[in-house]
Design a protein around this ligand. Structure first.
Ligand SMILES: [Zn+2]
Length: 339
């Protein structure tokens, strides 16, 4: 082991053996926003063998205050977060194999990505994806670490299949759904605090120190100076459809997936095409400019101004319609562009 990890190796919880384990492990990070970029940076610097990071969005100016992997250049170029994250992580530590995926973490994709993964980190902003992660975790027996924050408030919980309750169990005692979509703003220290908890838990799991893994549900408010840790051992529910004896993994049902969604806390609708396939962004950009629209783009996406709305189309045909929350209206714009 080289000098690079010497301080981590000196730490008794990790040691030489722990570092060797870390270097062989694979972490899947769902989301490359504030939580995802922070976790990815910590784990890349720690020398994790492989990191896969997935995100459906691109970098905007309002992200820079807390999304630590991105720069003004990423904003100017409208770089997808996953691609920008990969580029940055590679120059931080070339030992780490970094794989980035620009797209939606659908249950289908999660089931593909989970193979060979040792730990999954929640860095999403929506409940649908978290419940899919939870079912994938149970089905493939991969631990995952929930994390969420808003304002100066944050919370986190580690879930180990067969040992702790799962997120679906927790919902019976904690109303987590309401927490996921808030427009009330956020301060970076709250993000960092959740990242610290999530990555510390991940490191314990990567070195297989299972006894050290926190079993309580943590929540805190950095502005109000509150910190709570609640024991969760009794929250495990025998009839749980995700981790109980007669489990059905309800959130992996592909038919139930939303194709059109209003994105959290934003005037933005996401539309996912019902059929898979790549579109030619170059041709699309050329067509739209011929029609007289203001078009900008990069190898990953095309952005076009259409009256009140701005539409961003990705290679997989997925589109973000900015400036509306009206699903029908958003669909009609999508039809106009992609037919
Ligand atoms: Zn459960």
């Amino acid at each position: 082991m080289n000098e690079r990890y010497s301080r981590q190796v000196l730490f008794p919880g990790i040691g030489k053996e722990g570092q060797a384990k870390i270097s062989r492990k694979h972490v899947l990070i769902i989301g490359a926003g504030a939580l995802g970029s922070g976790s990815a940076e910590v784990l890349t610097r720690a020398g994790v063998g492989k990191i896969t990071i997935i995100d459906r969005d691109y970098v905007e100016a309002s992200n820079l205050q807390r999304q630590q992997l991105y720069t003004e250049e990423d904003v100017d170029e409208k770089n997808p977060k996953a691609a920008a994250a990969e580029k940055r992580l590679r120059v931080i530590n070339s030992d780490v194999e970094v794989v980035s995926i620009i797209g939606d973490a659908t249950p289908e994709l999660l089931e593909e990505l989970i193979l060979g993964v040792d730990v999954m980190i929640d860095a999403t902003d929506n409940f649908e994806t978290r419940m899919a992660m939870n079912d994938v975790s149970q089905k493939y027996q991969v631990p995952w670490i929930y994390g969420a924050c808003v304002g100066s408030f944050g919370m986190t919980f580690s879930m180990i299949p067969g040992k702790t309750p799962c997120l679906n169990c927790l919902l019976r005692s904690i109303p987590l759904q309401g927490m996921t979509c808030d427009t009330g703003g956020i301060i970076s220290p709250a993000v960092q605090m959740v990242i610290a908890h999530q990555t510390a838990e991940a490191m314990k799991m990567l070195v297989e120190d299972w006894d050290a893994v926190r079993t309580s549900f943590v929540s805190f408010d950095l502005w109000r100076n509150q910190y709570t840790s609640i024991k969760m051992s009794k929250a495990k529910f025998a009839g749980c459809l995700s981790c109980g004896e007669e489990r059905t993994y309800p959130y992996l049902d592909h038919e139930n997936m939303t194709k059109t969604t209003v994105l959290c806390g934003r005037d933005t609708v996401q539309i996912r095409p019902s059929t898979q396939g790549e579109i030619s962004l170059e041709r699309l950009a050329a067509q739209l400019s011929t029609l007289g629209y203001m078009v900008k783009g990069n190898p990953y996406l095309v952005s076009v101004e259409m009256g009140e709305e701005r539409i961003v189309i990705f290679q997989d045909g997925r589109a973000l319609i900015h400036g509306t929350k009206d699903l029908t209206h958003a669909k009609s714009i999508y039809q106009r562009i992609l037919g």
